[in-house]
Design a protein around this ligand. Structure first.
Ligand code: RET
Length: 240
């Protein structure tokens, strides 16, 4: 495997990400403290997990632990923040679980979504470590294909659930679904245009900033919006 590396000027964004995730975690802990409702506690637990994982992985990247160098066959050396994939591998299934629980999705659908999601992150990770530009792009295509199928299944599941949801739950589900689609589709774009894609459109500094903004919005923004709606979450399943 490649040699250890030290972060460059992009480190500032990783520290901002670390602080942002820590603040998000404290916010969820503070608001969730003493909550008695079982359903609501479940949503707090999920989002507390998400921000804890992201905080630790951002901290790992900011301190250089989450970074490695990958040397391509043509001699190009890429700085790869592998810790992102560890973060995403665990946090993206949890974020999907937020939406699935909101829509009362069945077990099979939840497993399908999580399976596709894990496949998407794992194939993206292979792409990040592949040693030839062409294979990196092929793995990106496979991973993006999984994302598209995942979003298709998600949209289908959520619209199937819609008739049995209360008006408030349906509207919250639809806002979060749209937010998720827009944000998640941005990841493969940043990846392929950034250093991982080797096309060189976005330098590592800007790419790190872009992933940080996306991660904070997709985790803290998404979770905070969901959890602001206590009334909707506590009345889930009661048909109210
Ligand atoms: C990768 C590799 C290239 C292809 C695709 C990817 C998708 C990543 C996604 C990540 C979502 C992360 C979230 C984090 C929350 O904070 C792995 C970049 C499709 C969709 C929501």
């Amino acid at each position: 495997m490649a040699a250890p590396a030290t972060p460059g000027s992009e480190q500032i964004w990783l520290w901002i990400g670390t602080i942002g995730m820590a603040l998000g975690l404290l916010y969820f802990l503070g608001r969730g403290w003493g909550v008695k409702d079982k359903k609501l506690r479940q949503f707090y637990a999920i989002n507390i997990f998400v921000t804890t994982i992201a905080f630790s992985m951002y901290f790992a990247m900011a301190t250089g632990f989450g970074l490695t160098e990958v040397e391509l066959l043509d001699g190009t050396v890429l700085d790869i923040y592998w810790a992102r994939y560890t973060d995403w591998l665990f946090t993206t299934p949890l974020l999907l679980l937020d939406l699935a629980l909101l829509a009362n999705a069945d077990r099979e659908t939840i497993y399908t979504l999580i399976g596709l999601d894990v496949f998407m992150i794992a194939t993206g990770l292979i792409g990040a470590f592949a040693q030839e530009a062409i294979w990196r792009i092929v793995w990106w295509g496979i991973s993006t294909g999984a994302l598209l199928v995942l979003l298709y299944v998600l949209v289908g599941t959520l619209s199937e659930a819609a008739p049995s949801q209360s008006d408030a739950a349906r509207s919250l589900t639809s806002t979060l679904k749209n937010l998720l689609i827009v944000l998640w589709l941005a990841y493969p774009v940043v990846w392929i245009l950034g250093t991982e894609g080797t096309l060189g459109f976005i330098p590592l500094y800007a790419e790190t900033a872009a992933f940080m903004v996306l991660d904070l919005t997709a985790k803290v923004g998404f979770g905070a919006y969901l959890l602001k709606n206590h009334d909707v979450l506590t009345s889930l399943g009661t048909g109210a």
